[in-house]
Design a protein around this ligand. Structure first.
Ligand SMILES: Nc1ncnc2c1ncn2[C@@H]1O[C@H](COP(=O)(O)OP(=O)(O)OP(=O)(O)O)[C@@H](O)[C@H]1O
Length: 317
């Protein structure tokens, strides 16, 4: 449904391009997370996908037709592509239900009432229908923004760091609810995030962007287990660079195991920090080289132990 071909964008006055030759496609009902470090070009890409920013080069095709850029039409954007903004964009003087109905004004009263009820139910707002926006919590306001976006009957939702200002558990719940809503409404979703947990939680595929370039796109497990570069690997968690017998091995912290009889080496523990559920340990080997690994028990400082890793856990770039 969405095809992105060789997109390029450089802001005037900037020496580096914000988006460099990005191409990918998105299927119907697919959820794609675009991840990358701050300043890597994620938001710029999303704005071009929404038709809110003109690319310097390249095309965005939606349902087989090139997307019009803002200079080619009176109101920027596309009817079926909806960007959900973080700053809520709700009408402060209307109730929750009125806020949603306002988006349905061009329909008859009966359909308005029916669709409004359905959307409030979908977004978990039924009991709050008569509340004013200022009476809602942050999460509830985000749900209202979503309900309003859904009222426009989009086929593709675009979200830039949704729910980022909420508590982690509330955010996690909302993201899971969002996947259900997206499935129920048969929508595709592109979500921008710098948080790998968001991406793994919600996406079918992950796109990793670095310095404006699409470094890797693939299903979640592939991107995690077979990262194309060390940067992609490190974005998803701590990676140890271990030199053993003159060879370099890249091993995730969770794949370094005490007492394993494979690829073993001796370390001295320098710290063991409780992280809730696991301890994060730092240790030295071969003099001063650092490794990081997890354990279920607290380890004693300066204790010596043997760590190992399975050959199949090695990351190859
Ligand atoms: N309006 C602008 N004018 C000039 N440069 C900009 C503008 N907006 C973004 N940039 C630059 O373009 C690059 C990409 O920015 P963008 O906001 O797309 O990255 P991002 O990955 O979304 O970052 P973050 O995760 O911090 O939001 C950055 O170097 C940024 O400084």
């Amino acid at each position: 449904m969405l095809k992105v071909k060789n997109l390029h964008k450089k802001y005037s006055g900037e020496s580096l391009s914000a988006v460099v030759d990005i191409s990918f496609s998105l299927k119907e009902c697919e959820v794609l997370a675009v991840v990358g470090k701050s300043g890597s070009g994620k938001s710029t890409l999303l704005r071009m996908l929404a038709g809110l920013m003109k690319p310097d080069a390249g095309v965005v095709e939606f349902d087989g037709k090139p997307l019009k850029n803002p200079e080619e039409q009176l109101i920027a954007g596309h009817d079926k592509i909806k960007m959900v903004f973080q700053d809520f964009q709700v009408k402060p003087n209307m109730t929750v239900a009125e806020n949603v109905k306002y988006k349905l004004l061009h329909f008859n009263k009966e359909y308005q009432a029916e669709r409004c009820e359905e959307l409030l139910d979908t977004c978990g707002l039924s009991t709050l229908a008569e509340k004013m926006p200022h009476e809602l919590s942050g999460g509830q306001q985000q749900r209202l923004s979503l309900a309003r976006a859904l009222a426009d009957d989009p086929k593709l939702l675009l979200m830039d760091e949704p729910f980022s200002n909420l508590d982690p558990i509330i955010k996690e719940d909302l993201l899971l609810e969002l996947t259900e809503i997206v499935k129920k409404e048969r929508l595709s979703l592109i979500l921008v995030s710098h948080d790998t947990r968001d991406a793994l939680l919600i996406a079918d595929r992950i796109a990793y962007v670095e310095e404006g370039r699409l470094v890797q796109i693939g299903d979640n497990e592939t991107v995690y287990k077979q990262p194309k570069t060390l940067e992609v690997a490190q974005f998803f968690g701590r990676v140890n660079e271990i030199s053993l017998d003159g060879q370099k091995h890249f091993i995730r912290a969770e794949d370094l195991t005490p007492q394993l009889e494979e690829n073993k080496f001796e370390v001295t523990v320098s710290s063991s920090t409780f992280m809730g559920g696991v301890y994060l340990n730092r240790a030295r080997y071969s003099g001063r080289k650092l490794v990081v690994f997890y354990s279920s028990e607290k380890l004693s400082e300066n204790s010596n132990m043997v760590l190992g890793f399975k050959g199949r856990c090695q990351l190859h770039f």
